[in-house]
Design a protein around this ligand. Structure first.
Ligand code: SF4
Length: 220
């Protein structure tokens, strides 16, 4: 249960596995690297039924929830119980996101923007990624009318001033971008990475404000 994951709502956060990225700074290394631990769906439904009056929304996060073959069915089940739905995604499955938006099954989407295009794959811990899919999801969110945010976790080893103009161009005209503070902790895929200082984060935000209407720091 969380007060932070969906603004102004009390939400129940469901962590899906696996993920097609390996971001070194990921806090959910256990999920991403295929944990065998999971909560049976019936138990989750039971939990939600008992706390119906206390929870406003359910957040599907991960891992990468759009990789779940039965994500839509699960969202329908939860939505029919009266909860708002937020989806967190890395943007690699625009078809899934589009179907959920078209079916009016989700209320809010938070999508990661990892870095400028030429550094995107490396920042995700991959040799190559389908950047066209990421761009498709960006366009989808910006043009669908759904409430959304973009967000970037700032990591000293991956980000510097020169990245943010090109990153801003990727999301030119977007409504909202949060620059999130990284915290090194147990569960990270790679330990020992460093946070970006508040001063630097403010500099990055200023560069991005030339492209995005609202840029804010989160966690600073
Ligand atoms: S940060 Fe997100 S996209 Fe990256 S590995 Fe973790 S769950 Fe996947």
């Amino acid at each position: 249960m969380s007060l932070l994951d969906y603004e102004d709502r009390v939400s129940c956060v469901l962590f899906a596995k696996p993920c097609n990225f390996r971001c070194p700074f990921c806090h959910n290394g256990d999920l991403v690297l295929q944990s065998q631990h999971f909560i049976p769906w019936a138990e989750i439904i039971d939990y939600l039924k008992k706390r119906g009056g206390l929870i406003d929304a359910v957040v599907f996060t991960g891992g990468e929830p759009t990789m779940m073959p039965d994500l839509k069915e699960k969202i329908i089940e939860v939505r029919n119980m009266g909860f708002e739905i937020k989806l967190d995604t890395n943007g690699t499955n625009p078809e899934v996101v589009k179907d959920l938006i078209d079916s009016k099954l989700i209320d809010y989407v938070a999508m990661d923007i990892k870095n400028e295009p030429k550094l995107y794959a490396g920042t995700c811990g991959k040799d190559a990624i389908a950047l066209d899919k990421i761009k498709e999801t960006i366009n989808l969110l910006m043009n669908s009318g759904i409430d959304y945010e973009f967000r970037t976790t700032l990591v000293k080893e991956f980000h510097e001033n020169t990245n943010f103009n090109e990153m801003g161009i990727m999301i030119e005209g977007a409504r909202k971008l949060y620059l999130q503070k990284f915290v090194d902790r147990d569960g990270c895929i790679v330990r020992g990475l460093n946070e970006v200082s508040q001063e630097k984060a403010e500099e990055y935000a200023e560069i991005l404000r030339a492209h995005v209407k609202q840029v804010e720091l989160r966690g600073y």
